[in-house]
Design a protein around this ligand. Structure first.
Ligand code: ATP
Length: 233
């Protein structure tokens, strides 16, 4: 579904992605784990089109995306739930979800909203309340639900567990795991390597702008180097 080859990106004169190769197959959950500053967010921003690429290529469902602007990538089925959630705090929960469906004006929007509420019942309870009043975990749920309202075939998730209490982290990872059942392919970027690798099919390890390891998630979790460097074991 998604294939990235030799991807490079820079901030000014400083290159931070030095040739990234990765693939995400249809229906897979693939994770990119790595420490703070490794370049994970930059990679996702390149994929969604908000960060310029200085080399390499991005192929999505057979089409080269490199020159396609961000808003057109959403229409092609690639949606991002950004780091830090970036929900509209002064709008209601429901209006945040409606904004996620801005591309559509059909009957399915109401059905999609019901599905989002089935996935996150707490959002239904709070649908008319201001999104700014939600807890951090609820805001993360809203960010994911809003991205799903765009009917993506591939969802890019940037650190959904960041800053959440352990019980909410488990809940968020459960929902991400459930994307398989919804037919949504997932690329999940995480510092929480253990949580991410526990639900992913495959994983990549990123260090200072390079992929240093990759493989089935179960193998990476069992790898001594990863256990030492990222899992604190
Ligand atoms: P985090 O988990 O903190 O988001 P990350 O792995 O996602 O980390 P990036 O945010 O992609 O990493 O950052 C990669 C590198 O690029 C870091 O060295 C960072 O300091 C640098 N960087 C990120 N954003 C900018 C920017 N706007 N201008 C200059 N340098 C930046």
């Amino acid at each position: 579904m998604l294939s990235v080859e030799g991807l490079r990106s820079r901030y000014g004169r400083i290159e931070v992605l030095h040739g990234i190769d990765l693939t995400v197959g249809s229906g897979e959950i693939v994770t990119v784990v790595g420490a703070n500053g490794a370049g994970k967010t930059t990679l996702l921003r390149c994929l969604s089109g908000i960060q310029p690429v200085s080399g390499g290529s991005i192929l999505f469902r057979g089409e080269t995306l490199t020159a396609v602007p961000a808003h057109r990538r959403v229409a092609r089925g690639l949606a991002q739930s950004p780091e830090g959630r970036q929900i509209f705090t002064n709008l209601s929960v429901e209006d945040n979800l409606r904004l996620g469906a801005y591309l559509f004006a059909d009957d399915r929007v109401e059905k999609d909203m019901d599905e989002a509420f089935a996935l996150f019942p707490i959002l239904k309870q709070k649908r008319n309340l201001s999104a700014g009043g939600l807890s951090g975990g609820q805001q993360q749920m809203l960010a994911i639900a809003r991205a799903l309202m765009g009917r993506p075939s591939c969802l890019l998730l940037d650190e959904p567990s960041m800053g959440l209490a352990p019980i909410l982290v488990a809940q968020i990872f459960d929902v991400v795991k459930g994307m398989r059942g919804l037919g949504v392919t997932v690329l999940l970027v995480e510092q929480n390597a253990f949580g991410a690798l526990s639900i992913a099919d495959r994983g990549y390890v990123m260090e200072t702008g390079r992929i240093t390891m990759s493989g089935p998630a179960a193998e990476l979790v069992a790898d001594e180097r990863i256990r030492e460097a990222y899992l604190g074991i």
